[in-house]
Structure formats: structure tokens, C-alpha cells
Design a protein around this ligand. Structure first.
Ligand code: FAD
Ligand code: NAD
Length: 395
């Protein structure tokens, strides 16, 4: 019989781990595996707050896909997916069409804009290597512009919308970067303002209250002004309009107000909630038993029936199970149920500072920051072994 064709969409955490799992397990000629990704590199999304603020180089957050996969076992196609057609078992790429027997969707999330006027047009997002290159250059450019028009303090005002983990990690880096930029451009640091605006009654809603308090203190000391229980209502060419009626004039708005699944997944006719597909315990969609979904495009429910937050941690664990279950499907052997194992959460607050909960332990300060590095190195080891740790392990 014909060799089954597996197509993996997206080489993020979920997609690349699925691909690596398949290449380890499958024998030659057991399946044709194709991995499709927009870029010829995998990026470490969990690191992007640093290159976004300019405290690290974007190069350090990406890895060539050819270094991670065995091209004798997996065909890599650098292209953009434009349509998923589950009834026809076809994928429309910008430049060609692929057919599959089994599909893995790992296209990641998109910024959730909640229909807020002006967000799409005027706010920047931390979501890819290209998007963080833009933020970094944009920030530097504002300092350069200020030197030409010194009355424009809005060039030195930075608004970050949303104090979830992405917002908090980014303002931590930004606050570290500002003194450097002030020296470089001869700017008085007192003129620079960083606002982190959060709609919920607290920063990091749902996270441990003591640690949230600690994080806010660390960040406030570095110069971050929090506006809590205040929503961004509109973004304009001049800045933001807040729910309390205040206007902040700013030429830089970075939106970290949440993510949703991928629009293509909605358009394909899957049963979705905010662009994310609820998967069964084997990570397959309810309507198509040959379609697996991993990462931010998927929803896995916890014991209380609530979705787990979309994280790299869950995406990685899903990738392993998706690979296992694909092999099981091909070999007609039993599949495994996916069970999320929470290995903890650690969020950085800039250089040498972080907060986290691991098991029942609360961590803060330098220890938490070290542990965050350990987690990053463990991931590098998982996907690329010792050589990758040596090359990128200084992250
Ligand atoms: P992604 O990693 O988003 O990858 C999707 C891939 O699909 C990308 O390679 C993209 O190029 C590709 N793609 C997208 N559209 C197309 C298309 N049309 N055609 C072809 N290819 C396409 N989580 C944690 O667990 N721990 C952390 O410490 C952590 N820190 C974070 C820090 C930041 C700054 C951010 C933004 C997120 C962080 N997260 C963290 C969340 C985590 O990064 C995401 O949950 C995770 O990246 C989701 O993985 P994924 O596999 O769904 O997709
Ligand atoms: P999020 O959804 O977790 O946080 C978005 C925040 O924006 C929320 O607190 C929300 O109340 C706020 N918000 C929404 N609308 C707003 C408005 N109009 N005005 C002001 N605030 C508004 O999104 P995220 O921080 O990007 O995180 C996405 C996922 O990635 C989460 O699952 C998170 O756990 C994960 N993540 C993890 C880490 C880590 O573990 N270190 C780091 C970054 C992200």
C-alpha cells in the first residue's frame, strides 16, 4: 500500500517537537513527513521580549530548521500556508498545494485585538523575529527623533497594553534598556516614561498575589508606571485613550493584551473558540480523526473543564504526544492520552530578576532568574542536543 503522508504546519514549539519525535521514531519508508514553515528558522518565542527591547540580538532567538531536522527523513518546505482544506485533505500554500493523509496544525497564535479601534494600525506586537526587529528599531528611532524635536516627549513615552506575562517580561527588559539608550542618545532619563496598562484588577491576573506584588515593586523601582484596572479603549496615531478617560500621548504602543488562535483554522471549518480548536485526549479534532492540533491553535481542557493557558510548555508536551499518536495511527497500535504536566511558571523581570512558582514553591529574584535559564537550556537540549546548547545556551 501507499506510504502515508504526514504534513506538519508550523515549526514552532508544537510543530518542531512533533517533527523531531517523528524522525526519531519512524523507520525509513514508513511515512512521508513534510514540515511547512513561513521561515527557514524556528524561533524561541519565550525569548522574544529581550530582542524586542534590544537587550539581546534577535539572532540569539532563532535556529535554522535544517540544523534541527534530518532532511533524509523530513522534507522541509519554506512557505506560507494560506488555506487548510480538511474535507479535501489538502493544504494551499502561497506557491503550491500539498496533500496529506495526516495533518498536524501548529501555526501558533495571533494577537487578540478585541476589536479595539486603532490597535491593528498603530500598535506593535511581540510575536516573531520580524516583529521584534521592528520594535527594537522603532524604539531606537524614537530616541533619534527626540533629538531633532526636543519638545516631543511623546517620543520618549512607551505604552505597553496588558500586564500578563508577556507585558511584564517586556517592560522588565525595556526598563533595563532605557538607561543604555539615554546614554547613547544623550537623553535625560527623567524624560522617559514606561506605562504598563492592565484592564484587570491586578497585574498577572490569577497568579500568586505575593509574587505579583514583588514583581510590581521590582519593575516600579526600575521606572515602570502601572495603570491597573484601566483598559486601553483606543489607540490613535498620537497615543492611547484609556477607560478612565485619560489620554497618554505616545509614539510607541506595544500590545501584549492576549492572543487568539489562527484565523485560517477558523476559516477551515473546524469547531473553534477564538481561533483555537478543542482537541480530544489524543490531540485530534472532533470532526477529523486524521487532524492533530498542537500549541496555541489548540485547546486542552483541565479537570475543571477550563482551557489550559497557551504556553510553550504545553505545546512542547503536545508535540511529543502528537508524534507518538501519529506513529500509533500508522502502525495501528494504541495511542496515548495527553496529560499536561505543569513543570512550573517562571517570568523574568529583566536582568537577574524573575518570579516563579514551581510545584508548591514560590521563587523570586536571582534564583528564579537562574532557573529560567535552566528551562531555556533544557529546551535547547531537547530539540538540538549538546551542540545547540553550546551554540545558543548563553541565551
Ligand atoms: P509558535 O511557537 O507560535 O510557532 C508557530 C510557527 O508557525 C512559527 O514558526 C510561525 O512562523 C509559523 N507560522 C505561522 N503562520 C504560518 C503560516 N501561515 N504559514 C507557515 N508558517 C506559519 N510560554 C512558556 O511556556 N514559557 C515561557 O517562558 C513563555 N514566555 C513567553 C514570552 C513571550 C515574549 C511570548 C510572546 C510568549 C511566551 N510564552 C511562554 C508563550 C509561548 O511562546 C507560546 O505559547 C508558544 O510559542 C506556542 O507555540 P506554538 O507551537 O503554538 O506556536
Ligand atoms: P495574557 O492573555 O496572559 O495577558 C494579557 C493581559 O492583557 C491580561 O492580563 C488582560 O487582562 C490584559 N488586557 C486585555 N485587554 C486589555 C485592554 N484593553 N487594556 C489593558 N489590558 C488588557 O497574554 P500574554 O501575556 O501574551 O500571554 C499569553 C500566553 O503566553 C499565556 O498563556 C502566558 O502564560 C504565556 N506566557 C508565559 C510566559 C512565561 O511563562 N514566562 C511569558 C509570556 C507568555
Amino acid at each position: 500500500s501507499r506510504i502515508p503522508r504526514i504534513v506538519i504546519l508550523g515549526a514552532g514549539y508544537g510543530g518542531i517537537v512533533t517533527a523531531i519525535g517523528l524522525q526519531k521514531e519512524l523507520n525509513y519508508n514508513e511515512a512521508d513527513v513534510t514540515l511547512v514553515n513561513k521561515h527557514d528558522y524556528h524561533f524561541i518565542t519565550t525569548h522574544l521580549h529581550m530582542p524586542a527591547a534590544g537587550t539581546d540580538n534577535p539572532e540569539n532567538a532563532r535556529i535554522e530548521i535544517s540544523k534541527l531536522i534530518d532532511e533524509f527523513k523530513i522534507d522541509f518546505v519554506k512557505s506560507t500556508v494560506v488555506q487548510i482544506r480538511p474535507y479535501d485533505k489538502k493544504i494551499i500554500l502561497e506557491d503550491s498545494t500539498l496533500s496529506y493523509d495526516y495533518l498536524v496544525i501548529g501555526l501558533g497564535g495571533e494577537p487578540e485585538t478585541f476589536g479595539i479601534p486603532g490597535l491593528k494600525e498603530y500598535a506593535l506586537n511581540i510575536r516573531s523575529i520580524n516583529s521584534v526587529r521592528l520594535i527594537r528599531e522603532h524604539i531606537e528611532y524614537q530616541f533619534a527623533r527626540f533629538k531633532q524635536e526636543p519638545h516631543r516627549t511623546d517620543f520618549l513615552t512607551f505604552v505597553v497594553g496588558g500586564a500578563g506575562f508577556t507585558g511584564i517580561e517586556f517592560v522588565g527588559e525595556l526598563a533595563d534598556r532605557i538607561p543604555e539608550l539615554c546614554r547613547e542618545f544623550d537623553v535625560d532619563p527623567a524624560l522617559v516614561h514606561i506605562y504598563n496598562v492592565e484592564a484587570a484588577p491586578t497585574a498577572l491576573p490569577g497568579f500568586d498575589a505575593d509574587l505579583v506584588e514583588y514583581a510590581m515593586q521590582v519593575l516600579a523601582k526600575k521606572g515602570v508606571t502601572f495603570k491597573i484596572a484601566t483598559a486601553i479603549k483606543e489607540v490613535t496615531v498620537d497615543g492611547v485613550i484609556l477607560s478612565d478617560g485619560e489620554t497618554i500621548r505616545s509614539s510607541t504602543v506595544v500590545w501584549t493584551g492576549g492572543i487568539r488562535g489562527n484565523r485560517m483554522v477558523e476559516e477551515a471549518g473546524f469547531d473553534t473558540k477564538r481561533g483555537r480548536i478543542v482537541v480530544d485526549s489524543t490531540l485530534r479534532t472532533k470532526d477529523f480523526e486524521n487532524v492533530y492540533v498542537v500549541g496555541d491553535c489548540s485547546i486542552v481542557l483541565n479537570e475543571e473543564g477550563k482551557p489550559y493557558p497557551p504556553t510553550a510548555q504545553i505545546a512542547t508536551q503536545q508535540g511529543e504526544i502528537a508524534a507518538y499518536n501519529l506513529v500509533a495511527a500508522i502502525r495501528n497500535t494504541p495511542m496515548k492520552d495527553f496529560k499536561f504536566i505543569n513543570r512550573g511558571i517562571i517570568a523574568s523581570l529583566g536582568k537577574g530578576e524573575a518570579i516563579g512558582v514551581v510545584g508548591t514553591k514560590k521563587l523570586k529574584g536571582f534564583i528564579a532568574a537562574m532557573l529560567k535559564k535552566v528551562v531555556e537550556i533544557r529546551y535547547l537540549y531537547k530539540i538540538g542536543g549538546i551542540p545547540l546548547v553550546i551554540k545558543k545556551g548563553r541565551l
